[in-house]
Write a protein that binds this ligand. Structure first.
Ligand code: NAD
Length: 445
């Protein structure tokens, strides 16, 4: 199948590369010339496990990137829209979606064949039918149902394991305006026959994505609220509390051989310094705003965001137990990306923590296995020193704050014991054993 993908970020590039690996002919379109150049050389512009080898296999064979939108759209049977949908502070920002819909409309003006336009970006319920569809019809002069069809195919990949998530999805949700468009979507996902599939309308598909992300965010803020209560009450460690909670049959069902299986959702029910990333915070906020606009309040999700926005303060509180003032205190931040195995720092709790520490006059250095380039987009050299090794980062620190659960940080107790045992260690993820440090503080302890 000939496929065009508009927007070559985390979702667009992974989708394009994986669909090419499945045998489709894919053209990835982006306005960012640097990204396009890199992709055509087989160099991934983002860090994502397995992406480089996928590009090596497909680029110049059946995967191409370009800044030219018209030709690949006219030449393809289906176009996927994968541009960003940020939250503008008040509601979802559909600027890119609108612009791309207009561009696709122009490209389709003179196309004689039926064409499917599928939104893969996360958009609030109603966007495909009420925003994308009218723009396409108006600009192209074509009629939906006769000349073109619209679809909605939410993406559930997790950054850091995006390629493997796309190739082995837990579900495929397909929304379409008509059977003809659904048929195009089925063809697109030929090769994923054994994956549970849900076929529905576009608005429901859009809602499924939001409900899924809102559910995950709710688990995290719930665990953090319990953690903060444990800290306040004293004499309770939230790690033990959550171990007990996880032992419920709901979270650890019994397998046929009698062993207990830990449901992956349990990993969201753990104390930490908050959730970040390009999806959960903005999607929950957009859903709340969208609900309010429609006259429906969402008090549970509003509280989920409130708890999350304050969670980084727990780290500052723990540091303040050891330093009357944080002025000139040398603090090392371990982990800058919002989660391990990605360099994505969008809305990472590390940003809020560093900003708060800077406002208190702390001197900050950091180490992250892959996110140093990204870090420079957020903090200049005079605000944040980046260390080449974990050892450098731990040396001479008055305090160390673990923000991201990178596997590399399992070595921290041994390194710190050798080089800097007096440092206060604040475990923002409750990742390392509290008995392994001389001065340990943890969220929910
Ligand atoms: P991103 O910011 O990494 O990529 C978006 C790309 O679109 C950029 O490369 C940008 O240059 C390009 N773009 C913007 N305007 C364009 C235009 N007019 N023409 C062509 N290209 C244009 O975004 P992302 O993280 O890939 O997210 C894309 C969508 O997918 C969002 O709606 C997001 O919520 C959703 N999503 C993201 C993830 C994730 O983990 N990142 C997971 C599931 C869903």
């Amino acid at each position: 199948m000939k496929v065009s993908v508009v927007g070559t970020g985390y979702v667009g590039l992974v989708t394009g590369a994986c669909l090419a690996d499945k045998g489709h002919h894919v053209v990835c379109i982006d306005i960012d010339t640097e990204k396009v150049k890199k992709i055509n050389k087989g160099i991934p512009p983002i860090f994502e496990n397995g992406l480089e080898s996928l590009l090596r296999k497909t680029v110049s064979k059946n995967l191409f990137a370009t800044t030219n939108l018209r030709e690949p759209i006219v030449d393809s049977e289906i176009t996927l829209i994968t541009v960003g949908t940020p939250f503008d502070g008040e509601e979802i920002d559909l600027t890119h979606i609108r612009e791309v819909s207009r561009q696709i409309g122009i490209a389709l003006k003179n196309k004689p064949d039926y064409h499917g336009v599928v939104v893969k970006s996360t958009v609030v319920p109603g966007t495909t039918d009420e925003v994308v569809l009218p723009i396409l019809e108006e600009i192209s002069g074509k009629k939906v149902g006769r000349d073109l069809g619209v679809g909605m195919n939410p993406e559930f990949l997790t950054e850091g394991q995006a390629v493997s998530d796309f190739m082995n999805p837990d579900r495929i949700v397909l929304g379409a305006d008509a059977e003809r468009t659904m048929q195009l979507l089925r063809e697109l996902y030929y090769g994923f026959e054994n994956v549970p599939r849900l076929e529905t309308n576009c608005k429901t598909a859009e809602m499924i994505k939001y409900a899924s992300n809102a559910m995950l965010a709710t688990q995290i803020s719930f665990a953090n609220e319990i953690a903060n209560l444990c800290s306040t009450l004293g004499g309770i460690d939230v790690v033990d509390v959550m171990k007990g909670v996880h032992l419920s049959y709901y979270l650890s069902p019994i397998a046929k051989d009698g062993t207990r299986i830990k449901a992956p959702i349990a990993s969201f029910l753990e104390a930490g310094c908050g959730f970040g990333g390009s999806c959960l915070p903005k999607d929950v906020k957009a859903l709340i705003a969208h609900g309010e606009k429609a006259g429906a309040r969402l008090p549970v999700l509003t509280a989920v965001i409130e708890t999350n926005q304050r969670q980084h303060e727990q780290v500052i509180r723990l540091l303040r137990k050891h330093f009357v003032s944080l002025r000139d205190v040398r603090v090392t931040i371990l982990g800058l990306s919002f989660k391990p195995d990605t360099d994505d720092m969008r809305e990472s709790p590390a940003i809020a923590i560093i900003k708060e520490l800077l406002s208190h006059g702390a001197i900050i250095k950091a180490f992250d296995p892959v996110a140093h380039n990204e870090a420079r987009r957020f903090f200049p050299v005079d605000q944040l020193a980046l260390c080449a090794t974990l050892e450098d980062a731990l040396m001479d620190a008055d305090a160390v704050v673990l923000v991201t659960r990178w596997k590399e940080f399992e070595a921290v107790p041994d390194i710190l014991k050798e080089s800097n045992p007096q440092a206060v260690f604040v475990d923002g993820r409750r990742m390392l054993g509290k008995n392994k440090f001389k001065l340990y503080e943890g969220i929910g302890l």
